[in-house]
Design a protein around this ligand. Structure first.
Ligand SMILES: NC(=O)c1ccc[n+]([C@@H]2O[C@H](COP(=O)([O-])OP(=O)(O)OC[C@H]3O[C@@H](n4cnc5c(N)ncnc54)[C@H](O)[C@@H]3O)[C@@H](O)[C@H]2O)c1
Length: 268
């Protein structure tokens, strides 16, 4: 790549401001770091206030720590308003915050269902609502990327609220794309497979469980958070100027692996 092209790539998001939820860890932190490296300013929402403050210390004027519980509409609206005030508007949004409670359906407490679906699904609605209001009011378009999961397509034992919530995020993103296209706001979803972040530390740190996951992944490894951040940034960039209402599976081939593989029996 010539220096000119390198500069262009490095400045892909110059003069853009992005809201990133879940910015304090894992995929959200990787998105925030990449955006800043490519010229953007970032409004980071998370409940992990200390980690946000540390990022603000590291990135200075390029990062606003906006602590907020994304399931709380007032907190979301105030945090986005703080970002708008600080950077005179927003251009992009990445809705990444997430976590889950697990349990078999016959035992699962309604509170655990509500906790999970509120966080992975309703919070995406609340964030898109307030991000999109701002983008529409500004009248210069924009792009929103919602992080769902492979589990939007593939169920998991004990994970019914998470999988159901993530499936809802995928469909909600299409609804939002439809409603916001006239305003020039694109909305897409990214569906990661296994990503090496604190969220899945219990799996990655327990070899037998990790190997059961890796057996399912044709590429034979988990993704690094940066490998999810990169396609998220692509969908938010002008390279994706005609892409809206779609879902991008980023799973090392996991979704396509669920068929009998007879090669170990000598089949070719
Ligand atoms: N790691 C994976 O394998 C994987 C796979 C598919 C999808 N995902 C999804 O990617 C997203 C990011 O996950 P990650 O792996 O980076 O996890 P992570 O735990 O590293 O980061 C999640 C962040 O969300 C924040 N958060 C949690 N609840 C919040 C709330 N109520 N309000 C605001 N912030 C809150 C956490 O504090 C944390 O900083 C999640 O939506 C997750 O479901 C992850």
């Amino acid at each position: 790549m010539s220096d000119d092209l390198g500069d262009l790539f490095a400045r892909r998001f110059a003069d853009k401001t992005a809201v990133v939820t879940g910015a304090a860890s894992g995929i959200g932190a990787a998105i925030a770091r990449r955006l800043i490296a490519e010229g953007a300013t970032v409004v980071g929402l998370d409940i992990a206030e200390d980690a946000l403050v540390a990022m603000a210390g590291e990135f200075g004027d390029a990062f606003l720590a906006a602590p907020a519980d994304v399931t709380d509409e007032d907190a979301v609206s105030s945090a986005i308003a703080a970002g708008v005030e600080r950077y005179s508007g927003i251009d992009l949004a990445f809705n990444v915050a997430g976590a889950s409670r697990y349990g078999p359906i016959t035992e699962l407490a309604a509170d655990d269902w509500d906790f999970t679906v509120d966080l992975v699904q309703k919070a995406v609605f609340l964030c898109v609502k307030h991000e999109a209001r701002q983008l529409v009011a500004q009248g210069r378009g924009g792009a929103i990327v919602n992080v769902a999961s492979l589990n939007a397509h593939i169920p998991m034992v004990g994970g019914s609220p998470y999988s159901t919530g993530k499936a809802g995020v995928e469909m909600f993103s299409k609804n939002a794309a439809l409603e916001l296209a006239p305003a020039g706001v694109r909305v897409n979803a990214v569906l990661p497979g296994l990503v090496d972040t604190p969220l899945v530390a219990p799996v990655m740190g327990f070899e037998p469980a990790k190997n059961m996951f890796l057996e399912r992944i044709p590429m034979g490894r988990a993704a690094a958070p940066d490998e999810i951040a990169a396609p998220c940034l692509y969908l938010a960039s002008d390279d994706a100027s005609y892409v809206t209402g779609t879902s991008l599976m980023v799973d090392g081939g996991w979704e396509i692996s669920n068929y009998a593989n007879l090669t170990s029996l000598g089949a070719s």
